[in-house]
Design a protein around this ligand. Structure first.
Ligand code: WT7
Length: 652
C-alpha cells in the first residue's frame, strides 16, 4: 500500500544534449573499439580482466558455481601486493608509484622500488607482531603514505585489511573492529586540520577500551613531536620498520576467492554493513575498469581526490592504478587550504593526466569561481571523472569547460561499495557523453530497471535499478548467495523474474539509448557528499540523548553538498533549554558516528508527521527541508504538525 514514503521515481527529466569525445582522445585511448560491447557474450569474456594480472597459478574457470557460491577465476592463485608493486620493478623501478602532497605543503614520493622496500619491511614487521594469514588488520589513518603501504603490506601476507575512515568516531571504529574480530590496529598520532594538530591516537585508545579482543597497535608518527602515551602492545611504526630494514617477505599466494579486504558501509539497519572483496575477482575488476573507463596508462600521473577510507580510494587510488603501474597522487589536505586554487596548483605542478573527483567538489569549485582554475595551466589533463552522486548538468558543464577546457571527456561513474568498481559509465572513447546521465552499463554488465511489481519499465520511466548478471568485482557475501541480499536490503522489488539479480537500492531511469540516469537512493540512506549514511545509525545516536523523544533524519539540499543531514526531533516534557539540547544532539552524532554525519540543522517539533499506520513520513520531512510544495497531506494522522514544523525550519 502506498503510504507516502515511496521514492519519487518519475519526476526527473534528464537533459538530452550529447557530446562526442574529441578525436585526439579517441586516438590514444586504451579502449576505443565499439566492438568491445559485443565481445561480452558470456562470462568467459571476463578473462580479459584477469589476464591483466600476473597469476602464481592460472585459474581453471572464469566463473564457477552453477548455483551458489559463485567463484570468479576459480583455481587461480595470486598476490595483490605482488601485482601492484613487485611486477613493475623490471620495467619501472625508478618511476614514481606514489606522490604524496601533505596538508602543510610537504611532498613525498615513492618510486616503485621504494614502495617495494617499505611494503616488505612493514609486512615483516606485521608478521613479527603475530599477524597471520586471514587475520583482519584494522587501519585507521588519514591520507598519509603509510595508509596504502599498510594495505599493501597486509595484502602481501594475506591478512585482509579493514580501513576505517579517519573521520569516524571512536565508537564507529570499535563497532567495526568488533564486527571483524580484528585484533590488530594500525593508526597514527594525529593529523592536521587547517594547520591545527588533532589527535587520532586518543580516539583509537577510546575505541580499544570497548573492543572485545586484546588489540596490538602500531602508531605512525604523523605529527611532529606530538605527545602521546604508548601502552602495552603498542609500537611506533618508525622504530618497528627500522628493525626490519632490508627484510623481504615472499608474497603469499592467495586463492582468487580469498578475501583481500573488508570495508564497512551504511545500510538501513543501525549496524554498519560489512562487505568483503575477493583477491582475484575484485583486483581484476578494479584493474580492468581503471584501464577501460579511467583510461590509465603507466606513463600517466593520475589523481583521484577521494579518501582511501572509502571504497573509491581502495579501488581507484590504490589497487587499480598501482596494478596498472601508473603514478598515483595522494592529497592529504583540503581543496581550499591555504587557497581555493590548491587543487589546480597541484594538477599544474604534477602535470596530472586524469582527474577523478566527486560532484559535491565540482559544485564547490563552481561556487568559488573560475578565477581559481584560470590561474593555472591545466593542459596536462586528458580525462575527467566523477563519482558518488548524480552530477547536475550545470555542474557537469562547468567542469567540462573550466577544468577540461572543452577538450577532456568526462566519465560519470556509477557504482557502490558493494560493487567494488564502476558498473555504469560511458567508455570515454566509445560513447557520447550526455550530461546528467551516467551512461550505459559497461560491457559485460547487465542492468535493468523495474517497477514495484518486478516488471521492466519502458524507456524514460523511473524504477528500481537491478544488476542482473554477476560481475568479477561482486563481494564475497553476494557470491555466497541471496540470503545476504535479503537480510541487508529493505527497498527491493520482487526479483522472481530474474535468474540472478542484485538490487542496488537506487532509483533510476534509462533513455532510448540505454543511458542510465540515477535518481537517488530508495532506502533510508542519506548520501552526504557522495557517501552513504544510514538514517537509523544517526537517529539512534540522537534518541540516546536525554530529553529526546523521537528523531527522524532526512537529507536537505544545499548549494554545494548535494545532501546534508537535517534532524527533526520531538522532545520529552523535561528536555530543558533547546540550544543546549541541540548541542548535545550534535555531539552525540559526532561521538557515535563521526563528524562526517553531523546534522546541518536540528529542528524541534512537538511531534513527527506520521501515517495512519504510525510510520514517520520521511519524504514529507525532506520536502520541508528543501522548501518544496507539500501537496496532499490527507494520508497523515497528524496533519496539524506540518505547519509547526515548517515555521520551525523557516521562521519567515
Ligand atoms: C551510492 C553508493 C561508489 C563509491 C562512492 C560512494 C550513489 C554513486 C553515483 C553516480 C549517481 C551515484 C548511489 C550509490 N552514487 N555514484 N555516478 N551517479 N549516484 O559509495 O557510499 O557505497 O554509495 O552512491 O546512490 O548507491 P557508497
Amino acid at each position: 500500500m502506498p503510504d507516502g514514503n515511496e521514492p519519487e521515481l518519475d519526476t526527473y527529466q534528464p537533459a538530452d544534449e550529447r557530446l562526442t569525445p574529441p578525436e585526439s582522445f579517441v586516438d590514444q585511448a586504451n579502449v576505443a573499439d565499439p566492438a568491445v560491447y559485443d565481445e561480452f557474450t558470456d562470462p568467459d569474456a571476463w578473462a580479459r580482466a584477469a589476464d591483466m594480472l600476473e597469476w602464481d597459478e592460472e585459474y581453471d574457470t572464469v566463473l564457477a558455481g552453477e548455483s551458489e557460491p559463485l567463484r570468479w577465476f576459480d583455481g587461480g592463485r595470486l598476490n595483490a601486493a605482488y601485482n601492484c608493486v613487485d611486477r613493475h620493478l623490471d620495467e619501472r623501478k625508478n618511476q614514481r608509484a606514489l606522490v604524496w602532497e601533505g596538508r602543510l605543503g610537504e611532498r613525498r614520493t615513492y618510486t616503485y622500488l621504494e614502495l617495494y622496500q617499505e611494503v616488505n619491511e612493514f609486512a615483516a614487521a606485521l608478521r613479527s607482531l603475530g599477524v597471520e594469514e586471514d587475520d583482519v588488520v584494522t587501519i585507521y589513518m588519514p591520507m598519509i603514505p603509510e595508509l596504502p603501504i599498510a594495505m599493501l603490506a597486509c595484502a602481501r601476507i594475506g591478512a585482509p585489511h579493514s580501513v576505517v575512515f579517519a573521520g569516524f568516531s571512536a565508537d564507529a571504529l570499535a563497532t567495526r573492529m568488533n564486527a571483524a574480530d580484528s585484533e590488530y590496529l594500525v593508526t597514527c598520532d594525529g593529523y592536521y586540520r587547517r594547520g591545527d594538530a588533532v589527535s587520532l591516537k586518543n580516539k583509537a585508545d577510546t575505541a580499544c577500551v570497548t573492543v572485545d579482543e586484546d588489540v596490538t597497535t602500531v602508531v605512525v608518527d604523523r605529527l611532529d613531536g606530538f605527545e602521546y602515551t604508548l601502552g602495552e602492545d603498542e609500537y611506533e611504526y618508525g622504530p618497528l620498520v627500522e628493525d626490519h630494514r632490508r627484510e623481504r617477505v615472499t608474497p603469499v599466494a592467495r586463492d582468487a576467492t580469498d578475501d583481500l579486504f573488508r570495508i564497512y558501509t551504511s545500510g538501513t539497519t543501525g549496524e554498519p554493513k560489512g562487505v568483503t572483496h575477493t583477491t582475484g575477482g575484485y583486483l581484476s575488476y578494479a584493474t580492468w575498469t581503471s584501464h577501460a573507463v579511467l583510461d590509465i596508462k603507466p606513463a600517466d600521473t593520475y589523481w583521484c581526490s577521494a579518501d582511501i577510507g572509502w571504497i573509491t580510494g581502495h579501488s581507484y587510488i590504490v589497487y587499480g592504478p598501482l596494478a596498472l603501474g601508473t603514478t598515483t597522487v595522494m592529497y592529504e589536505g583540503a581543496p581550499d587550504h591555504p587557497e581555493k586554487n590548491r587543487l589546480w596548483e597541484i594538477i599544474e605542478r604534477q602535470a596530472v593526466d586524469v582527474f577523478y573527483t566527486a560532484p559535491t567538489a565540482v559544485r564547490a569549485f563552481m561556487k568559488w569561481g573560475e578565477e581559481y582554475p584560470e590561474q593555472h595551466d591545466l593542459s596536462s589533463l586528458r580525462l575527467l571523472g566523477t563519482v558518488g552522486e548524480p552530477i547536475n548538468p550545470r555542474a557537469w558543464k562547468w567542469y567540462y569547460e573550466h577544468i577540461g577546457n572543452g577538450e577532456c571527456p568526462i566519465v560519470d561513474t556509477w557504482w557502490q561499495t558493494e560493487t567494488g568498481g564502476i558498473l555504469v559509465s560511458t567508455l570515454p572513447a566509445v560513447k557520447d557523453m550526455k550530461p546528467g546521465a551516467a551512461g550505459p552499463p559497461l560491457p559485460g554488465v547487465g542492468a535493468t530497471i523495474i517497477d514495484g511489481d518486478g516488471d521492466e519499465v519502458a524507456a524514460g520511466e523511473g524504477g528500481y535499478l537491478v544488476i542482473d548478471q554477476p560481475w568479477p568485482g561482486m563481494p564475497q557475501e553476494l557470491c555466497e548467495g541471496r540470503d545476504w541480499v535479503e537480510r541487508v536490503t529493505e527497498a527491493a522489488p520482487p526479483l522472481d523474474s530474474f535468474d540472478w539479480a542484485y538490487p542496488t537500492e537506487d532509483g533510476a531511469l534509462a533513455d532510448d539509448d540505454g543511458y542510465i540516469t540515477i535518481l537517488g537512493r530508495v532506502d533510508d540512506v542519506i548520501n552526504v557528499s557522495g557517501h552513504r549514511f544510514g538514517t537509523m545509525e544517526i537517529e539512534s545516536a540522537i534518541v540516546g540523548v536525554e530529553g529526546v523523544a523521537e528523531a527522524a533524519v532526512v537529507s536537505g539540499t544545499d548549494e554545494v553538498r548535494s545532501d546534508s543531514v537535517y534532524a527533526y526531533v520531538s522532545t520529552t516534557a523535561e528536555c530543558g533549554d533547546e540550544d543546549r539540547l541541540r548541542e548535545a544532539i550534535i555531539d552525540a552524532v559526532t561521538d557515535e558516528v563521526g563528524t562526517v554525519a553531523r546534522p546541518k540543522a536540528v529542528v524541534f517539533t512537538p511531534d513527527l508527521p506520521k501515517t495512519r499506520s504510525g510510520k514517520i513520513m520521511r519524504r514529507l520531512l525532506e520536502d520541508i527541508a528543501n522548501g518544496e510544495d507539500l501537496g496532499d497531506l490527507s494520508a497523515l494522522r497528524n496533519p496539524e504538525v506540518v505547519g509547526e514544523i515548517e515555521s520551525a525550519v523557516d521562521p519567515d
